[in-house]
Structures are given as C-alpha cells and as structure tokens.
Design a protein around this ligand. Structure first.
Ligand SMILES: CC(C)(COP(=O)(O)OP(=O)(O)OC[C@H]1O[C@@H](n2cnc3c(N)ncnc32)[C@H](O)[C@@H]1OP(=O)(O)O)[C@@H](O)C(=O)NCCC(=O)NCCS
Length: 195
C-alpha cells in the first residue's frame, strides 16, 4: 500500500475534498442532522451544528495522518456540500476466510448523502472515484463495504461500482445496537475469493 491520505478527487459532477470547520452548518443542515439519513449508519444524527463542528474539529486533526480518508462530497456546479465518503480500517476476524490474510486489513468504504440528492447517481459517482483512487493511487489490494439488509439503495450503489457480495455479518452501531449487514468486496486483481 502507498497510503497518501485524503487527496482531492474530481468527477464529472463532483469534487471530493477535505472538510473544513466552516462546513459545519452545511453538513448539519444537509445530512448529519437528519435521522432518516443516519437510519442505517453506525452513528446517530447530530442534535446541533455545534456537535457537527466538534466532529469536524476531530477530522481536521486527523488529516495529516496518511491513513486517514474522509472526503466531503461537493457538487461542482453549485459548490454545495451534499454528503461524505470515507475509508477506514476493518477487521479480518469478521467473516473473511483465512485466504484473505495475504491481502492485509479489509479497509472499508462508507458514504452518505442528504435526502435532497438521493437517486441522482451521486453516491455511485463518488464511490467509483474513491475506488479508482484506492487501487490507482493508494495501491490498495482490496476494498470492502457493507449495508444493512434493508438498505437496498446502498446495495445498488455497491453493485454499480463493481463490488461483489461475499457474506452476511452483524455490525455494532456506536450506541451498541446490532445491525445485520451484507458484506461486499472488490479486489485489485479480480479473482474469486473463497467463502
Ligand atoms: C445509500 C445512498 C448513499 C445512495 O445514494 P444515491 O446517490 O441515491 O445513489 P445512486 O443514485 O448512485 O444509486 C441509488 C440506486 O438505488 C436505487 N434505489 C433507491 N431506492 C430504492 C428502493 N427503495 N428500492 C430499490 N432500489 C432503490 C436507485 O434506483 C438507484 O439504482 P439505479 O441507478 O440502478 O436506478 C443514499 O440513499 C444515502 O445517503 N442514504 C443514507 C445513508 C446510507 O444509507 N449510506 C449507506 C450506508 S451502507
């Protein structure tokens, strides 16, 4: 791997960029304060933009770390921040076969968008950009992601970006609640993974 941190990425309609503390109001108003957006996520909706600001302060402290990946998703045409996409370290003891050990840790990508911007292809566009960055620039061996059973929109996004379903697992939200999820992967060199 060649970890290089959260780098600026551009697609046809989007800019994927680092957050700044000035994004607190847009992040809170556009998605982080909406329980419908966080319904299937590990974290609960923020109760105020101050809580969002606190989160963005922590994010700012982590950007110098080359293994920290957290992008704000901005629409190029309007400059509006509509969501986020991040990659974090997953764990190998969560249903992956031993044959995966040689691939290293299963880094996991996650994303969310404000409701106003759903079903316009934005999440797929962002995920494809991050996927290409991961394999092209960061030289990742593989990338994983998962969605709650009922989250069919997220399943569609993963499949459109080329990810393959591998197994079911149970994840814990930050408040301790368990959520059954479907786990997907994508390999740098597309070969079959054992189950
Ligand atoms: C999941 C999420 C990121 C999708 O973002 P998006 O920009 O709407 O995704 P896209 O437009 O790229 O693709 C959505 C796909 O889901 C499909 N879809 C949406 N709702 C659906 C439903 N109820 N049933 C079946 N398919 C559905 C759309 O038709 C589209 O597929 P298509 O292009 O084949 O028609 C967005 O809904 C979201 O932020 N949800 C809340 C946070 C979240 O759940 N994040 C993912 C955690 S794993």
């Amino acid at each position: 791997m060649r970890h290089c941190g959260t780098q600026l990425l551009q697609t046809g309609r989007l800019v994927l960029r680092r957050f700044t503390i000035d994004d607190s109001e847009m992040m809170f108003g556009n998605w982080a304060g909406d329980p419908e957006v966080t319904r299937y996520l590990r974290w609960n909706a923020h109760r105020s933009w101050a809580e969002t600001a606190e989160y963005l302060n922590l994010v700012a402290q982590q950007y110098p770390n080359p293994e920290f990946y957290d992008w704000g998703i901005e629409v190029r045409a309007t400059g509006v921040l509509i969501g986020s996409i991040s990659i974090g370290k997953g764990q190998l003891d969560t249903g992956w076969p031993r044959a995966c050990d040689r691939l290293g840790l299963p880094w996991e990508v996650g994303y969310c968008l404000g409701r106003k911007w759903w079903n316009q292809g934005y999440a797929t566009e962002a995920l494809c950009a991050v996927r290409d960055f991961w394999f092209g620039t960061a030289k990742g061996q593989w990338l994983t992601c998962c969605h709650a059973f009922e989250n069919v929109a997220s399943a569609a996004v993963m499949q459109k970006a080329g990810f393959t379903y591998h197994h079911d697992a149970v994840h814990r939200r930050f408040d301790g609640t368990e959520v059954p999820v479907r786990v997907y992967f994508l390999l740098r060199n597309q070969v079959e993974l054992p189950r």
